[in-house]
Write a protein that binds this ligand. Sequence first.
Ligand SMILES: *Cc1c(COP(=O)(O)O)cnc(C)c1O
Length: 351
Amino acid sequence: MTKKYCMSFDINILLRDNIRLLKPYSSARDEFSGEAVAFLDANENPFNSPWNRYPDPRQVKLKTRVGEIKNVPVSKIFLGNGSDEPIDLLFRAFCEPGNDNVVSIHPTYGMYRVAADTNNVAVNLVPLSAEFELDADAVLNAVTANTKMIFLCSPNNPSGNALDNRAMLRIIENFNGIVVVDEAYIDFCPEKSFLPLLDQYPNLVILQTFSKAWGMAGLRLGMAFASEPIIDVLSRIKYPYNLSILTQQKGLELLADEQKKLDWVAIILKEREKMIANLNKYPFVVKVYPTDANFVLAKTHDPRGIYQFLVDEKIIVRDRSSIALCEGCLRISIGSPAENATLIEALDELI
Ligand SMILES: *Cc1c(COP(=O)(O)O)cnc(C)c1O
């Protein structure tokens, strides 16, 4: 039986002292955001409208649209320059450099480690099983008195599988710090999202992004969803104008067409099944791991040789074979039908 959530989460205990006491920068557009006859408050150039004006620091229009799509109130949404921004801000808000630590899994997304290193915060890594399954007890056992956050990634990169939701819940319910669940690939398996549970867990942070299924990696637009106290802190410490006018406008425009995203996902999922079937035919492929994302991890007999052969054919995949538990593995993104066919034609030459 899972212990009922004990509600001893207190953001003020977790926050670094300097962040708790921080008086945020108040921009001109924070102090006045209505209609005016003359904006003479921000030292902007009056010409070259609309690029001459600072963007909305609160991103009200874009957040409202995101809230509609995700069915989350605006007060529980943070938007950033990719999801890399909230990852870094979480470290800066909660982890005292040289003192605090975070717990994560292995293998997983490399940015947690980079953000931790940048902020001089230690990472305790808990290996997944050989089949990339999550051991909730092992993760909870890796927690020390100075552990402020636990990072989980589901579907996980580079393994591709969604982690077991019950195991993740056990971690969320039995840890008084922040649990970050990175759902960058959730559009490829929406039924597994934790977003509907957001209200139940004040220590839960869900990361999502417009970089993958939505096709906006070049815009740099990421999301964090969490309880209001956490979102308030991230909003207080972000760069005031972290999303440009261009990003906010283009994002809003592209978010108008949700059906397009669903259509793309349907194509990618169909192509994924074809890719898995094709890869499984090759004698040099030992195994294609189950995936819930828009990529597959394939264990091969000769990852470097295959990788180099493909580079010579001008086809780039990701060599993950030097990572523990990923020995022999290449990670292959599902591309367009034409790109996928090009890959398979090239691999056919290796038989
Ligand atoms: C691609 C990816 C992201 C997205 O990062 P952005 O900064 O939003 O582009 C986040 N988490 C994981 C695990 C990813 O693979």
